[in-house]
Structure formats: structure tokens, C-alpha cells
Design a protein around this ligand. Structure first.
Ligand code: ZN
Length: 461
């Protein structure tokens, strides 16, 4: 890759907006020099609008893109997370590597257009439907790797430890057979990805949940990952029922259990840290772990609301995930994150902190999501500053949702004025992957995705 020099009239640097920013990219696709208050150099064309860093999508199950919009009818007396999950398994049980590749490529293109430049894939559909490994053992992971490479998004693959159906159910159900991965298998899969590692590909490990993994396996995985700098993700407390089951099985709530076992550190990413109490939030803050919230999915599944003001007060970074893919844009996730709190607390701007010099809700949530996202992807450095990967979003000030907005209110309008199509250009690791709202190969990807959808849903009304 060639070194490049860019210049932006405004850019979101650590600490907030700065003017007249010179940006130099090295031959490896990382920021080499970031210098505000610098006049436009001769021979350099200014970027078409203000720029933001790309955001990490901290929690994704790519295959669930094939299910978005298809679980919105109630056919029985009760409909909750668990009935949704049984229907979701219909897709999980039907896809093969080629289908996953087509679904993921469509999704990843949409995520780039939604302002994400890296996606953490919490990946548990590993084997053939009846549970036998594919002849090419990591065929499903490879499908994700190829899909991400095709569209140019960064990918953190998280193979998932998954070995039982519940605290008191030592085996998997037949419809979960293809998810089975023990601690050694997870480590082998993560290592295989690490061997291909490059600027846009990395690996971490994951534990499906405390209900789906034995304590000794979690400790075994932690021991294997000793000295590993990749992230460790877990679905932690999405449902009140799993908190109750954890209490019944261990005497502790999930986050309490993880802390008491001495497992938590800065590598741990607590996905759906929804049903947690204040003491658990303080324990997470003490350990330096991150909370990963997936607002649109948690709303769609009726999970409940986390105590967002308490997380923010405790200074825990809050990463954002698209999870079940009902929404593929971070602006909408941040808006939902905040609106849930406003509705529940019957107040406005509850996530702002004027007393700490942070009166802008969107800016505070955005900065938290940037910091949390970096941890979720295992990136030591993220954002527009030297050493971080050269990712950026160029804002289209011609978009009607931003017309006439004063420059200092841009993030407020990006989050709280919708709809809009604000990302004119998107860069990942020094490459333009969206140019003037266009992506190479988008029409072809959509065609492949549509034919997979027709196969999956043939015969449905
Ligand atoms: Zn999930």
C-alpha cells in the first residue's frame, strides 16, 4: 500500500472535534501523522466533509441477518426470547458455508454503510447440521473471513465455547449439535485465524454463556489464553431466567461469579450486561472489563434495559453491537440506547454529564462506544491518532438530516435526527471501501443474498 496524505476541515480526534487536520497514512494502513490546525498542503484535495473514526461493531451473529424482519408475528400465547431462539435455530440449522458467505458479505457491506469499520463475530455455527465437523474443519469461519475480505471490513473472529443446553442440562439439544466446541477446539480455531492475521483480521475467544459452558472448561480456556492479547467475549446476563438459573446453580449472579472466580480483566467483554446490579457494575469497573450493549436487539427481544447511568458513572466503556442484525447502523443503536433510558426514567439527556463538562448526550455515548469497541476488537489503539488503523467516515453535509446544523452539533444531529444517509465515503486501513455512497460489487452481493433468502424461506407466506 502506498503512503497517503489527506486533509480534513474537521475531524474527531481524541478529545473531540479539531479543525484543519492533516492526516498521513503509512504503508501499512495506519495513521502516521495527525496534525490539527494545519493549512491544506498544496496538491492535496480536501476530504469532502468532516470525518469521524469508524466504529467497532462489538457483537454480531452474521447468519441472523437472514432472520431480520422474520420473527415479528406472535403465533402462540407467549412470545419471548426463548421462543424467538427456537425459531432462530431454523436458520442456524439450515445454512452451509456458501450460504453463510453470501449472508455475511451482504451484512458486512451494510455494516460499512452503517458506519462500522470492524465487526466482532461471535461465531458458534461451526459444524454440519447433525454435529459432524466439516471436512475442512473451519469452513464456516473461513466463509466469514472471505466475506469480510470481499467488502473490506475489519473482522475479529470469536470462536465460541458451547457445550451444554443449560446449568442442569449437561448435553446440547439435537438442534444445537452443530454449535459444539470445547475449550481446546476454541483455542485451535482462534489460533488458526491468528495465523492468517493481517491489518483487518484478528481473533479472540468467546464463551457462549455461563449456562452453556462448564466452569472447568471456562478455566481451561482462560489458561490456554494466558498471555494472549485477543479479547474474551461472553453473553453474560441477557435474561432474568439465566440470572436465576446461575444463582440456583452457583449461589452467585453471573458477573459476581466471573469476578469471584478471578477471571475478569481488561480483555473481558460482557455482552448483554443487562440484568446486573450496582455492585456488579462496580466490580466490572474495578476489573477494567467492557460492557457490550446491543440496544436494537435487546429491544426486539424484550430483554430489558440496563442501568446505563450507573455504567457511565462507573466509567465502564460501553461497546455497541448489532447482534441479531435487526439494525445495521450505529447511529440507530446509540439513539435506542439513549431513548430506552429516557422512556424508562421519564427524563431527557440522562446520559449527559454537564457537571463533568460533557453536556452532549451523543458525544458522550459515542466516545464511550469508541473506547469500548477498541477493547471488544482487542485493538490497543483506535481512533484518529498515530499508530491506530487508518479508518474513517466522511460525513456528507449535503444530507438533508444535517442541513444547516452548526458544526459543533454534528454528532447530536447524526444520532438524533433521522433518517439520513450521512456517510459519503468510508475508509478501512487506508483503503476506500465506500466512495460517494457506492460499494464495488454491492448489486452482485445483494443478488446472492436474495437467492439464499429464497432457499431459506421457500414455502413461507
Ligand atoms: Zn449474541
Amino acid at each position: 500500500m502506498n503512503e497517503q496524505t489527506l486533509w480534513a476541515s474537521r475531524a474527531w480526534l481524541p478529545g473531540g472535534w479539531r479543525e484543519s487536520v492533516l492526516l498521513e497514512i503509512d504503508g501499512l494502513g495506519r495513521w502516521q501523522k495527525v496534525q490539527p490546525d494545519t493549512p491544506l498542503p498544496e496538491g492535496v484535495a480536501p476530504l469532502a466533509g468532516p470525518v469521524l473514526p469508524g466504529l467497532v461493531n462489538a457483537h454480531s451473529h452474521a447468519f441472523q441477518r437472514a432472520f431480520a424482519g422474520l420473527a415479528e408475528r406472535r403465533e402462540t400465547q407467549d412470545d419471548d426470547f426463548w421462543s424467538w431462539r427456537d425459531r432462530m435455530y431454523r436458520v442456524a440449522g439450515a445454512i452451509d458455508p456458501a450460504m453463510l458467505r453470501a449472508i455475511a458479505a451482504q451484512l458486512y457491506g451494510e455494516l460499512l454503510r452503517g458506519g462500522y469499520t470492524q465487526v466482532c463475530e461471535f461465531h458458534y455455527v461451526q459444524h454440519q447440521p447433525e454435529g459432524r465437523p466439516y471436512p475442512e474443519r473451519h469452513a464456516m469461519i473461513q466463509a466469514l473471513v472471505e466475506a469480510a475480505a470481499e467488502v473490506g471490513i475489519g473482522l475479529t473472529v470469536l470462536p465460541v465455547l458451547y457445550e451444554r443446553a443449560g446449568f442442569a442440562l449437561p448435553e446440547l439439544r439435537p438442534d444445537q449439535a452443530r454449535f459444539h466446541l470445547g475449550a481446546e477446539d476454541v483455542w485451535a480455531a482462534a489460533t488458526a485465524v491468528q495465523q492468517q492475521r493481517h491489518a483487518r483480521l484478528s481473533a479472540g475467544v468467546a464463551i457462549h454463556s455461563l449456562r452453556a459452558a462448564r466452569a472447568e472448561s471456562i478455566h481451561r480456556l482462560q489458561a490456554l489464553a494466558e498471555g494472549f492479547d485477543g479479547p474474551i467475549h461472553i453473553h453474560v446476563a441477557e435474561q432474568p431466567a439465566e440470572v436465576r438459573d446461575c444463582l440456583a446453580a452457583t449461589g452467585l449472579r453471573p458477573v459476581e461469579w466471573l469476578a469471584q472466580q478471578g477471571l475478569l480483566d481488561a480483555r473481558w467483554q460482557l455482552v448483554h450486561a443487562t440484568h446486573v446490579n450496582r455492585a456488579e457494575i462496580l466490580a466490572v469497573a474495578h476489573c477494567g472489563s467492557t460492557a457490550v450493549i446491543c440496544p436494537s436487539t435487546e429491544a426486539n427481544l424484550g430483554d430489558g434495559l440496563t442501568d446505563l447511568p450507573a455504567w457511565l458513572r462507573a466509567g465502564v466503556p460501553l461497546a455497541i453491537g448489532s447482534d441479531s442484525q435487526v439494525t445495521r447502523a450505529w447511529r440507530e443503536e446509540l439513539r435506542w440506547l439513549d431513548y430506552g433510558q429516557r422512556l424508562s426514567l421519564k427524563s431527557r439527556n440522562v446520559c449527559a454529564a454537564p457537571e463533568a463538562g460533557q453536556p452532549a448526550t451523543a458525544e458522550r455515548l459515542w466516545q464511550s462506544a469508541l473506547d469500548g469497541g477498541a477493547s471488544a476488537a482487542g485493538e490497543a489503539s483506535w481512533g484518529i491518532h498515530p499508530g491506530a488503523r487508518a479508518d474513517l467516515l466522511v460525513v456528507d453535509l449535503g444530507d438533508a438530516s444535517l442541513a444547516g446544523i452548526p458544526p459543533g452539533r454534528l454528532l447530536d444531529a447524526l444520532v438524533f435526527s433521522s433518517p439520513g444517509r450521512p456517510w459519503r465515503d468510508v475508509m478501512v486501513a487506508g483503503d476506500w471501501v465506500v466512495r460517494e455512497h457506492q460499494q464495488r460489487g454491492a448489486a452482485e452481493r445483494l443478488g446472492h443474498f436474495e437467492s439464499v433468502m429464497q432457499r431459506l424461506w421457500a414455502g413461507s407466506e
